[in-house]
Design a protein around this ligand. Structure first.
Ligand code: DAT
Ligand code: MG
Length: 149
């Protein structure tokens, strides 16, 4: 089944939104297969955001991500990569629709609360970057037959 890498950024943690954000993925029907609360090293942050290395906001982004702990997660389910992007909302919270995480809780692009993989290949790269194989748990939630026909 499909998996996505989801990270609650330092602002989400500092603002006490961890439970609220986890709940949205949980109640949607996705399965949590990995979760850790952690400080992010400079090296990990730079690797994670490698595609943005040449962008003017890169330095500030790395400072922000390494400034305070994050919650790193892997969620599993049919179509979870695309659906997570929809649950998260547009990159700029002011453009994000109400009902999305960024639309409901954010006001500026540099404090947009949460990261979600943007494609299947990106998800695979990010999961491998943030988690060891043994940190991911394959399991069958008892609600599975009530979520999938
Ligand atoms: P997303 O997180 O929606 O995938 P992205 O990959 O384009 O967005 O950018 C990664 C992060 O970089 C984004 O969540 C916030 C930050 N960022 C993007 N564009 C920015 C900008 N114009 N100014 C400041 N930060 C920006
Ligand atoms: Mg992105």
């Amino acid at each position: 089944m499909e998996r996505s890498f989801i990270m609650i950024k330092p602002d989400g943690v500092q603002r006490g939104l961890v439970g609220e954000i986890v709940k949205r993925f949980e109640t949607k029907g996705f399965t949590l297969v990995g979760l850790k609360f952690m400080a992010v090293s400079q090296e990990l942050a730079e690797q994670h955001y490698d595609v943005h290395r040449e962008r003017p906001f890169f330095k500030g982004l790395i400072e922000f991500i390494t400034s305070s702990p994050v919650v790193a997660m892997v969620w599993e389910g049919d179509g979870v990569v695309g659906a997570s992007r929809a649950i998260i909302g547009a990159t700029n919270p002011l453009s994000a629709s109400p009902g999305t995480i960024r639309g409901d809780y954010g006001v500026t692009v540099g404090r947009n609360l949460i990261h979600g993989s943007d494609a299947l290949e990106t998800a695979q790269r990010e999961i491998a970057l943030w988690f060891k194989d043994e940190e991911l748990v394959s399991w069958q939630p008892s609600a599975q037959p009530w979520l999938y026909e």
